[in-house]
Design a protein around this ligand. Structure first.
Ligand SMILES: Cc1ncc(COP(=O)(O)OP(=O)(O)O)c(N)n1
Ligand SMILES: Cc1ncsc1CCOP(=O)(O)O
Ligand SMILES: [Mg+2]
Length: 548
């Protein structure tokens, strides 16, 4: 269903709406900003830090607002942010829109679009302009005039005419001015097959060969490159786009992701191209990066449910959910999870004929509250495979899984955290790599080390060996006194380690040190025939001690 732009406001009567009148009348005319060079000079002089002047790739999007947040200006800003470009915005129209379609359109008055363009282009060192919804001939002309006055490095034109829901976003009369004036200034034009057909007077585009012909015809209007996007051609199993630079046709393939969440893909693709161009990429490379980004974003968002309509938005910032930034997507660390800390040992598992996965499964079944993979002799690939399998078990039981020493393995299997010792990477460095949401533990034998762990942003410390142990060679024994000294000095929760077994675990917890939250055990759990039975026994000893 096509939503006709609301008559009262579109496109010749924009200033008749109360909102826009209010906006215009309440905004005092300010003098234009000083020319860019003078401003730059002043800012440099005022700034003590040269870092502030570091160039930040800058894309200006000239497009419509999508109240649903999936397309238009909102998609552009998210796409640029995801690719590391700064995005300023000139709003050409405000749409009332959701996942069902476009319910209404307010076009911003042409003079106010000119004013926004002036404000940004005169001051902010824009690298690339990207256009989206340009609702009328007048708006396209205002843009062309501004671009002549303030030239930029590149112009990306996404000739948005019809929304994915089939709603008209640009008057058909704009077609001629698009073709005759804007395309000639464009570095790339990115129509989908429907838009390409409309630009070419309604020719039918069914095959890749039709798309090639269309790209060639659109190229004749003057842009330096054309990308005809085939995502809408649903018959094909992959999404093929045709890129044409005036000499060569290149077919670009992407996997077709099975999802309803494709609202805003066109805006996003064009903004990604603009971001890459702003960073200095060649056109073909920019297009490839943009396609890869859209494919990944759709893949990560394929099961998202936002809204009840047929086409949902997708998550441009999906990378924030991946390590090292996945802060919100995992439960936060609770010190009580240190209660019964099972630490694996590859030698012991081999000796008893069990895999790492079986050992972890058994420890969890027996009641371990946190698990660490301490695999000193495993090959990297083998270790990673085992760690991934253990992650699945731990995730489904809600037990955090940490990796000893190997930050790379932790990153690759998206483990819940890492435990490091005094000769490993510092907790601060690990934090930089893993991000804010992961659990980091540090082995400490002295108050100074405990203080450093706190300063470095660790979550807990492991303190030991409390008793003599043969599991870790040359490890000094601290005894109860050493453990007490470190616990009293530590601002972080502590887990005791080293020689702890069923006969002495109770006495460790009976020390009654408030931040001593549990015991970490290797051989008393894993150098035994039944890991489940030993873990269960240890759990009941600890539980009984903490009750008394
Ligand atoms: C919970 C816990 N505490 C201490 C250690 C020992 O770590 P580290 O000092 O790095 O020695 P290795 O385990 O790497 O030999 C630990 N693993 N877990
Ligand atoms: C890894 C480690 N760090 C200090 S003591 C120790 C070994 C603990 O093993 P066990 O529980 O078998 O004594
Ligand atoms: Mg270590």
């Amino acid at each position: 269903m096509a939503a006709a732009p609301q008559q009262s406001v579109h496109p010749s009567l924009p200033s008749s709406t109360s909102t826009l009148r209010l906006l215009i009348s309440s905004s005092p005319r300010r003098p234009p900003p000083p020319p860019p060079r003078a401003r730059r000079y002043n800012r440099l002089a005022a700034s003590a830090s040269a870092a502030r002047e570091m160039p930040w790739p800058h894309v200006l999007t000239v497009a419509g607002s999508d109240s649903g947040g999936g397309a238009g200006i909102q998609a552009d800003i998210k796409a640029c942010a995801a690719l590391g470009a700064y995005c300023s915005s000139v709003v050409t129209a405000v749409t009332a829109q959701n996942t069902a379609g476009v319910q209404g359109i307010h076009v911003v008055p042409e003079e106010f679009i000119r004013e926004q363009l002036n404000s940004v282009l005169s001051d902010m060192s824009v690298d690339v302009v990207k256009t989206g919804m340009l609702p009328s001939i007048g708006v396209v002309r205002v843009l062309c005039e501004s671009l002549k006055k303030f030239p930029v490095k590149a112009l990306v034109v996404d000739p948005v005419m019809v929304s994915t829901s089939g709603d008209i976003l640009s008057e058909s009369s704009t077609l001629s001015v698009y073709r005759d004036e804007l395309f000639a200034m464009a570095d790339i034009v990115t129509p989908n097959v429907k838009e390409a057909s409309r630009l070419l007077g309604g020719v039918s585009l069914r095959t890749v060969s039709d798309m090639r012909n269309a790209a060639e015809s659109i190229y004749k209007f003057g842009p330096k490159h054309v990308l005809v996007k085939g995502g809408d051609m649903l018959e094909s199993s992959d999404a093929t786009d045709v890129f044409f630079d005036g000499k060569e046709f290149i077919e670009l393939h992407a996997h077709r992701i099975k999802t309803h969440n494709t609202h805003g893909t066109g805006c996003t693709l064009a903004s990604c191209i603009a971001s890459e161009l702003a960073k200095g990429a060649t056109m073909l490379h920019a297009v490839q990066v943009a396609k890869n980004f859209v494919e990944s974003a759709l893949h990560h968002s394929k099961d998202l449910v936002i809204g009840n309509g047929p086409q949902g938005p997708f998550d441009h910032l999906f990378k924030l959910k991946c390590p090292p930034y996945n802060v919100g997507s995992q439960p936060s660390f609770k010190p009580d999870q240190l209660f019964l800390y099972a630490v694996t040992d590859s030698g012991m598992n081999k000796k008893w004929g069990r895999s790492i996965k079986e050992a972890v499964q058994a420890a969890i079944e027996g009641g371990a509250t946190i698990v660490q993979l301490r695999e000193k002799d495993s090959e990297t690939r083998e270790f990673l495979e085992a760690a991934k399998a253990c992650m699945e078990i731990c995730k489904s039981s809600g037990v955090p899984l940490l990796i000893n020493d190997r930050v790379d393995i932790a990153l690759a299997c998206n483990a819940d955290g890492v435990h490091v010792g005094q000769s490993d990477m510092s907790a601060h460095e690990v934090r930089e790599l893993l991000g804010p949401g992961k659990i980091i533990g540090v082995s400490c034998k002295t108050p100074a080390q405990a203080q450093q762990a706190w300063n470095d942003g660790a979550d807990y410390i492991g303190c030991g060996g409390v008793f003599p142990t043969s599991t870790k060679a040359n490890n000094p024994t601290l005894g109860f006194d050493g453990l007490k000294t470190v616990c009293l000095a530590s601002k972080l929760p502590v887990v005791a380690i080293g020689g702890i077994n069923a006969s002495n675990a109770g006495s460790v917890m009976e020390l009654g040190l408030p931040n001593l939250k549990g015991v970490a055990v290797v051989s008393a759990l894993f150098d035994r025939p039944s890991v489940v039975a030993e873990t269960r026994n240890m759990k009941s000893i600890l539980t009984n001690t903490s009750r008394t």
